[in-house]
Design a protein around this ligand. Structure first.
Ligand code: F6R
Length: 257
């Protein structure tokens, strides 16, 4: 995949990402090796998961050697709640493929607050024990967040409890039936763990993301634009639809694509 790929629509972009992931999963299986995927939630990856489920069902791709680590979870949040990212992942992906339950890792939004730091240290240790993340899938928030690393955030931030930005709360409020029911905190992997992934694929669809995507790719690296840290990653691919890419300068698209 090239560093910036622009597709006519999100369906095409999602299929390209799914094929790329499927290829890695297949290759590792042939090598009899596990593969560690860092996964995102939200509206952006839904089409990717749909296509991976289709490839599993129609083409027989097995995920039984796949280990997954999700980026984040709202806090407080019971995993069984339909608004949890745990529920989201099972509904859109895990319930439909053969990934072993013990290989699935999602931050626990039901912990007592004083247990969160130790949980976060354990989460990072589990990623390292699994061999590190081979491929990290990301979306981008309108604040420029990746995971729930809201601005300002430092490059060495670790997995931790964070406060959500008011814009992020506003965007999430649709799923919670209003701002007053929306969590204001989350547990998220930090920038430092995201940047350690061997490969990063970040997707963006629709006009609402165009302005922040331009900043993340074309502005200087800045703690106020968390996704701008990706500029220093050796293997990052932006997969965009035309609307999300609309504000990129011609130079960026043509130089990189
Ligand atoms: C979700 C996550 C977030 C989302 C971002 C975009 O696990 O880490 O960074 O990727 O908020 O959300 P959507 O895709 O709903 O626009």
């Amino acid at each position: 995949m090239r560093p910036i790929q622009v597709f006519d629509d999100k369906m095409e972009g999602s299929k390209a990402i799914a094929r790329h992931i499927a290829h890695l999963v297949k290759r590792r299986r042939e090598e009899h090796k596990p593969v560690v995927l860092g996964l995102a939630t939200g509206s952006t990856p839904i089409g990717v998961y749909e296509e991976l489920v289709r490839i599993h069902k129609n083409e027989g791709l097995s995920f039984d050697h796949v280990v997954t680590f999700n980026l984040d979870e709202y806090y407080p949040m019971r995993p069984s709640s339909q608004q949890s990212y745990s529920w989201f992942m099972h509904h859109h992906l895990f319930n439909h493929i053969d990934v072993p339950a013990q290989n699935i890792h999602i931050p626990d939004g039901a912990l007592a607050k004083n247990h969160i730091p130790a949980f976060c240290r354990g989460y990072e240790a589990a990623i390292k024990n699994a061999g590190g993340i081979d491929l990290q899938l990301l979306g981008i928030g309108r604040t420029g967040h990746i995971g729930f690393n809201e601005p300002p955030v430092s490059a060495d931030s670790i997995t931790r409890l964070v406060s959500l930005h008011p814009i992020t709360i506003e965007d999430a409020a649709r799923d919670f039936g209003g701002i007053s029911f929306t969590p204001t905190e989350a547990i998220t992997m930090g920038i430092s763990m995201i940047m350690q992934a061997r490969e990063i694929v970040i997707a963006g669809w629709g006009p609402n993301k165009a302005a922040i995507i331009k900043k993340a790719i074309e502005a200087n690296i800045d703690e106020q634009i968390p996704a701008s840290y990706l500029q220093t990653h050796p293997s990052v691919k932006w997969v965009l639809d035309k609307e999300a890419a609309a504000e990129l300068s011609e130079m960026t698209v043509h130089t990189d694509a």
